[in-house]
Write a protein that binds this ligand. Structure first.
Ligand SMILES: C[S@@+](CC[C@H](N)C(=O)[O-])C[C@H]1O[C@@H](n2cnc3c(N)ncnc32)[C@H](O)[C@@H]1O
Length: 234
């Protein structure tokens, strides 16, 4: 196997560029249109990767801060002038009730999910909002994913919205953007001849590629976007 992280593999980077996930800037722009952030608002991008969303947030006039676990991605984001820190999103080195918004795009499924939601809730000001996109499972989840990826801890839409509400959030928007995931999958097929070819390029192993295709067929992944408000006493 060439890498343990799907989003760091050459096959994914070649297809997706700076945004390391399906939906790309199209989906981030959708979130920004829902966010309508005031100039100077303080926003965390949790799992910021190489900083593509930080650039869009800065362009929107907000104070954007990135956080990620990977040094190589953080170096790329820092080289573009973004403020970043290295930490696990399940233990945020951020003051309680200090943020207007948290963005988290295709990174939550990679974390300790309940603990991460608790942390997002803690750091948001009363009425602050969470902008979350990630993979959900439309079928039966499998435990045979051969790489670390957003598919592996995906649950169905009902389970994930219950989790968000249980953490104290009030759900405001829930959208299905599976069409964007399909476009990404089609791009992988065009580049590698088939999804099996894509997974083989990622894993370097024909058997792992077969396992990934089977897991994908079983899980039938989709892509969601969610906005939730942190309801708290002021
Ligand atoms: C699929 S990539 C998405 C990156 C970025 N959000 C984007 O839109 O391009 C997932 C990112 O989450 C980061 N990540 C994974 N687990 C994490 C954790 N527990 N805490 C912080 N970042 C994490 C990875 O290093 C990676 O940069």
């Amino acid at each position: 196997m060439k890498t343990n992280d799907l989003y760091a593999s050459g096959a994914v980077r070649a297809a997706l560029g700076q945004t390391l996930r399906p939906g790309g800037v199209t989906l981030t722009r959708r979130l920004l249109s829902l966010a309508d952030l005031r100039p100077g608002a303080v926003v965390l991008d949790a799992g910021c990767g190489c900083g593509a969303t930080l650039a869009l947030l800065r362009g929107a006039g907000v104070q954007a801060l990135g956080l990620d676990v990977r040094t190589d991605f953080l170096c790329q984001a820092h080289a573009q002038g973004h403020g970043v820190m290295q930490a696990d999103m399940a233990a945020l080195p951020v003051a309680t009730q200090s943020l207007d918004a948290v963005f988290c795009e295709c990174a939550w499924n990679l974390s300790t999910k309940d603990q991460t939601l608790t942390e997002f809730f803690r750091v948001l000001k009363p009425g602050g909002r969470l902008f979350l996109t990630d993979i959900f499972a439309r079928g039966i989840q499998s435990n045979t994913w051969p790489v670390r990826c957003c598919f592996a801890q995906a649950t169905d839409m009902h389970t994930l919205t219950e989790q968000v509400v249980r953490a104290g959030f009030c759900l405001e928007v829930l959208e299905d953007h599976t069409d964007l995931l399909k476009k990404t999958a089609a791009d992988f097929v065009f580049r590698h001849g088939s999804l099996h070819g894509f997974w083989q390029a990622v894993t370097g192993d024909v058997h792992l590629a077969t396992a990934a295709c089977a897991a994908s067929a079983q899980a039938r992944p989709g892509l969601f976007a969610l906005v939730a408000r942190a309801e708290k006493e002021k």
